[in-house]
Design a protein around this ligand. Structure first.
Ligand SMILES: Nc1ncnc2c1ncn2[C@@H]1O[C@H](COP(=O)(O)OP(=O)(O)O)[C@@H](O)[C@H]1O
Ligand SMILES: [Mg+2]
Length: 351
């Protein structure tokens, strides 16, 4: 098949996405597909061109990917690098190449790759793509909205509320808050803009930091405990993985600096907690209408209560990312996982 792997984009997870994209492209090439790895924002070439023979030169046309920096990227600098300085999210030739491909593997993470807008655009353009459709992406991306679904479907999650920049009232928000709490952008990812706040003195700075990234933020109870994640592939939960940062919480650096975090799969948990967490992960899938693959983050408090933090509709997809590690534990090798995601996604388009 001719496949475009879309990576990069304009989210704080831009660099992470290139790592996913690079490895997915390599895996799919092993399955004999012609794969073009594209930066969705920079596109291919400086202007629209004849794309007819590009799949025949797929490797040469693909974007080159370096190592992942330990800091989140400067997105204004990325915008300045775009040659045509267009406001179009899609760089030159991206739409045409995606329409020519048999399917697009979306290796984007965060913001406009993961919030459903890209998926909705592709639906309208007749482009087939992997993973979740636009609505589950949109629901999961807004952590405030997702929380309402969690409450309704009996999926335990930290109590919390969202705050909009417009009409933000400092006193009122302070009144509603119990410390310690966690402040985060409503739609962020990779822990960018997330702060654990222990007292009122540090609250304002944390709120400002989260508002740097988005106009809506979430304040929720801080749950002290162990952190886990559960991938769901085709409706079925994978083994639970435990995440143990060597220092501090699971922030950007601990997520991506080599060796900063231990990941243990299958997690050392009793059978009851394991199956309960897997059941909650599958329930999130049903509640939000998730498809193909996704990954839910959890915390288990010291007294053994399970809390769901969020649903990721485009989880990290390098071979050492959490979901691929979980799949590996039950014998699904990385390249087969990528191929299975393609097949499952294509089936959705069968009449
Ligand atoms: N309510 C909470 N209690 C304790 N830690 C939290 C809480 N919310 C977030 N965290 C910490 O912040 C990290 C990122 O939060 P998360 O909601 O998963 O957002 P992201 O989309 O950035 O991954 C989590 O992996 C966890 O370490
Ligand atoms: Mg998370």
């Amino acid at each position: 098949m001719d496949i475009v792997v879309l990576a990069g984009g304009l989210s704080t997870e831009r660099d992470v996405s290139f790592q996913s994209g690079k490895r997915i492209a390599a895996a799919l090439r092993r399955h004999d597909h012609r794969v073009i790895l594209l930066d969705v924002f920079m596109g291919y070439g400086e202007e629209e061109c004849d794309i007819d023979d590009l799949f025949a030169r797929s490797e040469e046309v693909s974007v080159e990917v370096g190592d992942i920096p330990t800091e989140a990227p400067d997105l204004d600098a990325v915008r300045r690098m775009r040659k045509d300085q267009s406001a179009n999210f899609f760089g030159p030739n991206v739409i045409a190449l995606c329409q020519k491909a048999d399917i697009v593997f979306i290796a984007l993470h965060g913001a406009d790759g993961e919030n459903g807008k890209l998926q909705a655009t592709f639906d309208l353009l007749g482009v087939k793509y992997t993973g979740n459709g636009f609505l589950p992406c949109a629901l999961a991306m807004d952590k405030g909205v997702a929380k309402h679904f969690f409450y309704y479907y009996g999926i335990p999650c930290p109590q919390g509320f969202s705050v909009k920049r417009n009409g933000y009232n400092r006193e009122k928000v302070l009144d509603q808050t119990v410390f310690p709490c966690v402040v985060k952008p409503a739609g962020g990812g990779s822990s960018v803009g997330v702060t654990i706040v222990h007292d009122a003195e540090h609250y304002e700075a944390a709120i400002e930091e989260a508002f740097r990234y988005e106009d809506e933020i979430l304040v929720e109870d801080y749950i002290e405990g162990r952190e886990f994640s559960v991938g769901v592939l085709d409706g079925v939960a994978l083994p639970v993985i435990e995440i143990v940062p060597k220092q501090g919480f699971y922030d950007y650096k601990n997520k991506y600096a080599a060796g900063a975090t231990d990941e243990i799969c299958p997690a050392d948990l009793d059978d009851e907690t394991t199956s309960q967490m897997q059941l909650y992960a599958e329930r999130v899938v049903a509640a939000l209408g998730l498809q193909i693959y996704s990954r839910m983050d959890f915390i288990v408090s010291k007294d053994g209560k399970i809390y769901c933090l969020e649903a990721n509709t485009l989880p990290g997809m390098t071979p050492t990312s959490l979901l691929p590690q979980e799949a590996e534990t039950i014998g699904i090798r990385y390249s087969n996982l990528c191929e299975e995601i393609i097949q499952l996604s294509l089936e959705r388009y069968d009449d």
